[in-house]
Design a protein. Structure first.
Length: 294
């Protein structure tokens, strides 16, 4: 960059299958920008693919990133972490990857998944694609051949709807656990904790939380100012409710990034076993369906 930036663009991926985000996002982003001493504006994109492309091209300077997207952009030297998101009822480090089925489904165990249809979130979704494939293989279920049909739906809410309307037999998504390890909230629950008629078939382990990242070429002093502003927003009486409503976050923390190392190793291990194609993860072109096995 040729000089200090006075205007930054904050990217947020909102799939076309979802409604518009909470109206408080705009005021919250403007407040954070003012706190950091920069004009910060929101730019909404329809997919993780578009989010990656805009970050690579330099059209976005700051973004809310899911963990797989962050790991990829960090590996390429494009993005650096600002703050990690502390989600409600999911613990300090992240959330769990789960498979869910309709509550009345006859699917009772992982073996019952053979020949069924599955709803994935996105090729770059840790809980909604990557980790479930790794863990299914570890349990003796080859995800490349086990399912009669696989489809990407673009969001966690969309895979839940696919189960409810009968478009899929099982879906991969996320869940938060309470202090005793019981599922307390997921993509199929609303803000009051009420459940859609779904049940958890399997829990596959913890995933690092989403985070706020910045392009690596943004001035370090400005990065520090942005980090402080995101943290301060959670403590400000007027902004804290907006943070909770728009991002589902209790606090932003400027540390705890070591958990992403395990995710990097999991991706490499999955690629080595042929469970996922690193060319897909490292490409700016994402498929709408998994590659056909031969």
């Amino acid at each position: 960059m040729t000089g200090p930036l006075t205007r930054l663009v904050f990217g947020l991926a909102v799939p076309e299958t979802l409604t518009a985000p909470e109206a408080g996002v705009g005021p919250l982003i403007r407040w954070i920008g003012a706190r950091a001493g920069v004009d910060l504006v929101r730019f909404q994109v329809p997919s993780y693919e578009a989010l990656v492309r805009q970050m690579v091209d330099g059209a976005l300077h700051v973004a809310w990133l899911p963990p797989i997207v962050f790991v990829r952009l960090e590996h390429q030297g494009i993005a650096a972490p600002l703050v990690v998101n502390r989600r409600r009822r999911t613990g300090a480090a992240g959330y769990q990857s789960v498979l869910v089925v309709p509550i009345a489904s006859e699917i009772a165990c992982l073996e019952d998944l053979r020949g069924r249809s599955i709803a994935w979130v996105d090729p770059l979704s840790a809980s909604g694609y990557v980790l479930p494939r790794i863990q299914l293989a570890a349990h003796g279920i080859d995800p490349r051949t086990a399912f009669a049909e696989e489809r990407f739906y673009g969001s966690h809410q969309a895979v839940v709807r696919a189960l409810i309307d009968g478009s899929a037999d099982v879906a991969a998504t996320f869940a938060g656990l309470d202090d005793v390890g019981a599922v307390s909230r997921g993509a199929w629950t609303n803000e009051t904790g009420e459940y859609s008629p779904l049940r958890v078939l399997a829990t596959f382990g913890e995933i690092p939380a989403d985070l706020i990242a910045v392009r690596s070429d943004v001035d370090p002093e400005l990065r520090s100012a942005l980090t402080a502003a995101f943290v301060d927003a959670c403590a400000d009486p007027a902004m804290a409710p907006l943070v909770k409503r728009t991002f589902g976050v209790e606090t932003f923390a400027p540390d705890s990034f070591a958990s992403y190392d395990g995710l990097r190793r999991a991706i490499d291990a999955a690629a080595a076993r042929g469970l996922m194609d690193l060319a897909v993860v490292n490409s700016t072109r994402m498929p709408t369906r998994p590659p056909v096995s031969t």
